[in-house]
Design a protein around this ligand. Structure first.
Ligand code: HEC
Length: 106
């Protein structure tokens, strides 16, 4: 009986470590890009306090997902208020929108 409990404990400890590793890894899935309406309202609400959207428009189609992640982390350091969910959504939006997309460029 004791050994069963012990191995169950080991197992759950191992699972926790694995989950933490998945949660912390930089390559965690950002998920599908949200609809254009969601992308637009996020950018309009969160990304225009410090610079025009032209800054973002100019960068469309030039960055990988990883590069967008880094850019958005930089914006957050500058003071952009984004929840983790919003951060992932913005990255998914910007890395999937084509150059010149009306979502950001209008
Ligand atoms: C708190 C201020 C602030 C907010 C809000 C902000 N940014 Fe920025 N952003 C900056 C600063 C500072 C720079 C650097 C400006 C420069 O290079 O002249 C910058 C530059 C950029 C650039 C050009 C440099 C690059 O990394 O390609 C992009 C693209 C960009 N921001 C995207 C965004 C997006 C998308 C959002 C909304 C999620 C956002 N920004 C919100 C401060 C902000």
């Amino acid at each position: 009986m004791k050994t069963i409990i012990k191995s169950a404990l080991y197992l759950s400890a191992a699972m926790t470590v694995l989950l933490l590793m998945a949660a912390c890894s930089g390559t965690a899935e950002i998920g599908e890009a949200p609809s254009e309406a969601v992308c637009k309202s996020l950018v309009d609400a969160k990304c225009v306090q410090c610079h025009y959207k032209t800054r973002i428009c100019d960068a469309l189609g030039t960055k990988s997902v990883g590069q967008w992640k880094r850019s958005i982390k930089f914006m957050i350091k500058q003071g952009t208020q984004l929840t983790e969910d919003e951060e992932n959504k913005v990255v998914a939006c910007l890395s999937s929108l084509p150059r010149g997309s009306e979502v950001v460029c209008k």
